[in-house]
Write a protein that binds this ligand. Structure first.
Ligand code: FAD
Ligand code: DLZ
Ligand code: SF4
Length: 513
């Protein structure tokens, strides 16, 4: 019988990952490698690199505990070749095994790299589909076939039926599929947030922190304090903590934003889920159980489960369905460079300064901050979507190609021309004012629509609509926006557009905005 080398990547830390499922502990060798190429292909936030390496080391120990033979390369090992392909070749030679098995990576970049490598390998290779997702490539292709536009809501209903989550006698629990209209409460006052569970770094994580500080300390983002879970056991405790402490109000305040409160009632579980420390059904069942026990309301349970079996699976489906060029699409032909304040936080716009500061400190921002603060600003200012995509890839601990592309290119920037969003997610400052307390402490006035202290979101929002009129004026979901703009008197409209032009000019010159 041929023995095999089983490659496990840094976001494949699940004991039942497909390539391991059919392998044999007695004969096969698992290989894992911390390599410079993966740590540097974008300038990842140091917390992401530390999380990845510490969780990889913990997973290698978990596998050894189960009786696997694991060949593990540390970043600072003298013989480390620096790349996944180099490490595969080295381990093949060292072990003399007869085949390479691996699970499909979550990015075309690595899929192509491994496919190219196959022809140079001395042994046959086999790639297994990543079945940790609830919707396979074939299922998504079947669902998408023949549809002109891809809308998450219909996909989500299929996923509910398929998984049976929150279903009663074939019908959605609570009598409706979606409780989003209950989930738009503005920023709560006088709440005390416990936030996600925090962990003292394990000894293995402490070693990694020193390594990352030394090698990647210059990247954007603060490494310490480091409070993330790095083992499966810790991640499960973080899940239990979320279900008990935050989930009951998750739905109500899902879209809210507050100064100095990065997490509110969000779970911060994406980092564990995307790396394989938790599984999607595991967390959805925990949420459903809490609802069945009467501990959480239906709008919270449904809202959360929709994100996981709906949005998460949907954005992955689009990434793989649309192919390699998807992240470089630019349907609105936006060419502006990413403003420096995305890295420095040095802006008078309090909403952006807050979002960037907590991104720097936690490698985290919640969905509405990503979509309606940094994403919205980039879209109305006309930032190049590929540059923005690269920024999101670098700064968030949960960032991987399969999940980022449709969120940035499709949902946030409308750069796929409306394949996944029926209208662009743009708003003026009034939406931000309604959902947050940011505007109260801002140098700009959210109420001012023109003049030097006018909120930049107010100016750029109308500028965006005006410059893209040919594309959007006929969009039924945007007619009210254009009606409001057209009803404004002509002097006011030109004052808004002039103000926006001046602001864009300041951005182009790198002046503080
Ligand atoms: P919660 O609010 O607690 O939500 C629960 C879970 O639902 C999350 O853990 C996540 O697994 C899932 N989820 C929710 N929304 C989405 C979504 N739109 N796509 C995929 N999963 C979702 N999510 C990532 O996991 N990685 C990314 O790189 C990423 N980049 C994003 C970029 C932009 C521009 C936008 C608008 C969204 C992005 N998201 C990304 C989706 C979402 O913002 C994050 O999943 C969420 O903020 C993670 O925090 P949380 O675990 O506290 O989420
Ligand atoms: C994100 C990441 C980092 C920072 N480092 C490694 C690494 O050294 N070795 C590894 O196997 N994986 C790493 N990863 C995760 C990969 O980049 C990830 O598998 C791909 O982005 C595909 O999703
Ligand atoms: Fe942001 Fe405008 Fe509010 Fe300032 S006034 S915080 S720029 S939305």
């Amino acid at each position: 019988m041929v023995s095999r080398l089983i490659l496990v990547l840094g976001d494949q830390l699940s004991p039942d990952i497909a390539a391991l499922a059919g392998a044999d502990k007695a004969r096969d060798t698992v290989m894992m490698a911390e390599v410079a190429d993966e740590a540097r292909y974008v300038p990842h936030h140091p917390k992401k690199i530390a999380f990845c390496f510490a969780a990889m080391r913990a997973f290698a120990e978990e596998l050894r505990g189960q009786g696997w033979h694991v060949a593990y390369t540390r970043l600072d090992d003298a013989e480390n070749s620096g790349s996944i392909s180099g490490e595969i070749l080295r381990r093949l030679e060292e072990t003399g095994v007869g085949a390479l098995w691996y699970t499909e990576p979550g990015e075309w970049r690595l899929i192509d790299l491994l496919a190219d490598l196959e022809s140079a390998l001395p042994v046959p290779a086999r790639m297994f589909e990543d079945d940790r997702f609830l919707c396979s490539h074939a299922d998504f292709e079947r669902w998408a076939e023949g549809r002109k536009s891809l809308r998450m809501e219909y996909f989500y209903r299929d996923m509910r039926r398929r998984t049976g989550l929150l279903m009663e006698d074939g019908a959605p629990a609570g009598g409706q599929w979606n409780f989003d209209h209950d989930n738009r409460k503005p920023a709560p006052k006088d709440h005390e947030f416990t936030g996600p569970m925090q962990f003292t770094p394990t000894d293995a994580a402490k070693e990694v922190l020193a390594l990352v500080e030394d090698r990647f300390g210059g990247n954007f983002g603060t490494l310490r304090p480091f409070r993330l879970a790095t083992t499966r056991g810790q991640a499960r405790r973080a899940l239990a903590h979320f279900v008990c402490r935050a989930l009951p109000l998750f739905g109500d305040y899902q879209d809210a934003m507050l100064t100095g409160e990065p997490f509110l009632y969000h779970s911060m579980l994406s980092v564990y889920l995307n790396a394989g420390l938790l599984a999607p059904l595991e967390i959805c069942r925990a949420v459903e159980d809490a609802w069945r026990e009467g501990d959480v309301p239906i709008n919270a349970a449904e809202g959360f489960i929709r994100q996981v079996i709906g949005w998460r699976e949907f954005v992955r489906g689009i990434y793989f369905l649309q192919g390699r060029d998807y992240p470089s699409r630019n349907a609105l032909n936006h060419q502006r460079g990413l403003p420096d304040f995305y890295w420095t936080g040095d802006t008078d716009m309090h909403c952006i300064a807050q979002t960037v500061a907590q991104t720097r400190d936690h490698a985290y921002a919640h969905h509405i901050q990503r979509l309606m603060i940094t994403g919205n600003f980039a879209l109305i200012a006309g930032v190049n979507p590929a540059e923005l995509h690269a920024w999101y890839m670098a700064v968030y601990a949960d960032a991987y190609g399969w999940v980022m592309a449709a969120n940035v290119i499709g949902m946030s920037q409308f750069a796929d021309g409306g394949l996944m969003a029926s209208k662009p997610y743009v708003s003026s400052g009034s939406y931000i004012d309604r959902m947050s307390d940011y505007c109260k402490s801002c140098a700009y006035s959210v109420r001012a629509k023109t003049g030097p202290d006018a909120c930049p979101f107010n100016l750029l929002y109308w500028h965006f609509l005006d410059r893209h009129r040919a594309r959007f004026a006929q969009n039924g979901r945007m007619t009210n926006m254009y009606r409001t703009w057209d009803r404004m008197d002509a002097d006011r409209r030109s004052a808004v557009l002039d103000g926006a032009e001046r602001l864009l000019d300041r951005l182009s010159r790198g002046a503080k905005v």
